[in-house]
Design a binder for this molecule. Sequence first.
Ligand code: PLP
Length: 432
Amino acid sequence: MAEIQSMYAQMGIDSETWEYGEAILERLAERFRKIDEIAEYNQLKVIKAMQDCQVGEACMLGTTGYGYNDLGRDTLEAVYAKIFHTEDALVRPQITCGTHALALALMSNLRPGDELLSPVGKPYDTLEEVIGIRPSRGSLAEYGVSYRQVDLKEDGSFDYDSIVEAINPRTRLVTIQRSKGYQTRPTFSVKQIGELIAFVKKIKPDVICMVDNCYGEFVEPQEPSDVGADMVVGSLIKNPGGGMAPIGGYIAGRKQCVENAAFRLTSPGLGKEVGASLGILKDFYQGLFLAPTVTACALKSAVFAANLYENLGCAVVPNGSESRHDIIQAVTFGSPEAVIAFCQGIQAAAPVDSHVTPEPWDMPGYDAQVIMAAGAFVSGSSIELSADAPIKPPYAVYFQGGLTWPHGKFGILKSLQSLINRGLLDKNRLKL
Ligand SMILES: *Cc1c(COP(=O)(O)O)cnc(C)c1O
């Protein structure tokens, strides 16, 4: 369609860049079909859970004050529990972000003298202070909870021999991060996570297995809670919020684990009974309803970015053809200038704040400067098209999100154009 190319031209995309993108896309039809198929399955799963729980118009209303008998909140938690096939769930706007949800799950289920084990290497950056790997006020370490870590093997697989050695009588909780986060290791599939949990439970059946599910929700037909996880934890400004939730986090899992978290979030004795939902529930429900297709759009954007940049010689994780278990795409550029140009290109494609220029800054919780591109309706939302990069070697950008596929596509083309316009990439290289 001629109109499309002329529209791209008006929005700063050269014809060479556009044609290169089209050539890459031609190869991706089968990948996209599979992504749509998973979205279809997950869409039905979400609708079924909402129907089974009899979500009604009254559920969209909120409470104020203590929030006793909040029908919409309690029903939403039942819907989450159905989707994740867990006994219970805690889904609250009072959980401020993913880190908070994870800290809550950990701090409420560990006691002084217990040990936390990560059998999958270093956890997400912000958890370092929660755990006390980097000393911090109020960390688990300050409360007498010790931490042990088993790194992945060179090839990214689990080091089962060292995991056996690390598990001891004090090991109470095992934390497994599904997504790669700010690393270049592979993301684990639900199947792999299931194998790891089975292995751990064989050694110590009563250990609690928690999965940091951030960015993984609805990417596969199954969730980690379908393969033995006692708790799955995530953020509502990522996949399950569908771009609609303006705040929030969730913990779904065994009743005991979820109740522990509720007692810590509110107060011993009060637990899940309090916590007014205010006027936020309609967005939580609608976001959850949209989440499977929004996640599919984000996945298509990630697959497109992988193929587009892999063909230009960048190291990409996951690579252009391998299967996907989260929505993050890492692209290694090897220089701070290229990382910054990429992020500024993503920003320039945004519906909100396209006129501002992101710069690296000292973000709380991270040990290097970070640049973040996010022209989002919800501040910091990373299910919306966004990119971030710690300014440190190997100078990799982590790209994720896209509420719609056409926006994801445009953002990636803008990032490429930004590299070309700054002389960081020769446009003669834009060929298959
Ligand atoms: C985003 C993320 C977190 C932390 O979530 P915030 O909402 O940024 O606090 C934790 N773990 C992983 C894997 C994440 O992607």
